[in-house]
Design a protein around this ligand. Sequence first.
Ligand code: HEC
Length: 182
Amino acid sequence: MGPCLSAIHLASRCLVWPLLVSSLIIPVAATAQTIVSGPWGDIVDHQKPLALVTDEQRVTLFRRNQMRAISGHFRSIEAVVTYRAPFSGTLEADANALAAAARTLSSLFPQGTEMDPGKFGAKREIWQLPEKFARHTVSFRQSVERFSTAITTKADLTEPLNAIRHECLACHQAFRSFESSQ
Ligand code: HEC
């Protein structure tokens, strides 16, 4: 038994033990899904596997990630147009991605996928006022198309971008709950 296994030996060369022991324990304690192996070694993915039970939860997961993608493309465009980040060459790709997401948006709200009571997310009004909701999805898509046209014709992008933002805000105001609705 080496000197480092004795509790009273805490010389600096022995301090490696706690680290070594814990690095040996992690792979055993973690499930297979949380280890992502590859050329950089076995890496723990700290984002736990999601416990999805119903199809409604799967739809909501996808829809929220689509919204985050929409947000990422919109915010990237805004960084260039409004805040003059020097990446105007990326505008078209972001606008195309936004247009693709806008085209599929209306299909992401099947019946039964409203938010859980008291939580945040998709309001019941989406299904109670389907025609109004449809007008918002169409109007959003058209605003994105006008923005793309403005890129092509090299027109000023400030107003078309503002028009997209108006659509985000208007739809969220009517159909999205941001906080607990107790
Ligand atoms: C036609 C309606 C509509 C439009 C247009 C719309 N959204 Fe949303 N958005 C929603 C709804 C409804 C939710 C809630 C979805 C849920 O939680 O299931 C949401 C959620 C979000 C979320 C939160 C996602 C999450 O992880 O909880 C973000 C961010 C977001 N939208 C950004 C945007 C941006 C940016 C735009 C405009 C470029 C936009 N949205 C346009 C309806 C819309």
